[in-house]
Design a binder for this molecule. Sequence first.
Ligand code: OSB
Ligand code: MG
Length: 369
Amino acid sequence: MRPDQIEIRQIRMRLRDPFETSFGVTEERHVILVSVRADGVTGFGEVTAAEGPFFSHESYETAWHVLSDYIIPWSLGQALGSPDDFLAMVSPIRGHAMAKAALETALWDLRSRREGRPLWKMLGGTRDEIDCGVSIGIQKSPELLLERVAEALAAGYRRIKLKIRPGQDTEVLEQVRQNWPDFPLMADANSAYTLSDSAHLAGLDRFGLMMLEQPLHWEDIIDHATLQRQMSTPICLDESIHSADDARKAIDIGACRIVNIKLGRVGGHASARKVHDCCRDRGIPVWCGGMLETGIGRAHNIALSGLENFSLPGDVSASRRYWETDIVEPEITVSPRGTISQSGEPGIGYAIRQDLVEDRTERYRRFSV
Ligand code: OSB
Ligand code: MG
């Protein structure tokens, strides 16, 4: 399989509601979509990098650069039959996992469409229905937060994640717990604390959280291991894990008891599967994280979540939570039981709404052999 045409385009997507984390607010996304064609079949992928270098060093601009100046020219006309061929080819590029993942995942979509098989099955998935959670950003007031939580519960979601930061943590959790003492609840700090906050963080144990996600530095595992020894709430790592090797080291030193797997952060499906297997072999459950994706990225997340060790609800939620109109058809919907069913269609299982995509395109480049 040799790609003869690769397109990248940047589209603009306004979020229905601003999404606030400890590192900033997002109101509008600039999403780079990648499509790759071989033998007349096209596969789709999405760059999950954010608007600025705040979640990680990558942004959509760095991804555009690395894709259009390196990854795409290197890929055109090359024999990329297996996922390993692509990974070997891009291995001289250090970092830029989200740029790599966009084309890597598009190639998986392409391969599975060519074979006429659903991607989730091709990846080895066994879960034909996945459990969904939601991530609720930092809200302007406690009243608004309680409203958002109530909406998510009414929609059937199976766990709720609240974004926290210093000064907006204990009170927030207190209020939600007063109303819903037992509902599966977790918090994500996006690296807003340091080890000097460990006594404060250990104080969160009283809320009975399923887990506390990435409380400390985005590259750290050592301090997380120290913190984990001081608190009973399981720590889940997000930002710190880029590969199966990272996961192995973090688990072996006791830095986490749960791992969040994001396709972009780990560089695509092949790497995500290795992280998944590493965690499974060590008895560590995983779940699929989200990056405010459009339907294309969301569909890849759903397919990945079919693997057996994705035993906790992920940040894989309905298109409607983020977008007035998503770019895939059908839109991604969550059942009243808080689940999404895997598609029986080949590839990611969702069609791309080309009309909408073109309408929203701000930058476009086509590469062909
Ligand atoms: O840390 O999981 C995160 C969104 C943007 C950047 C980082 C994160 C998030 C979320 C939202 O929590 C997950 C979603 O897409 O629903
Ligand atoms: Mg996170």
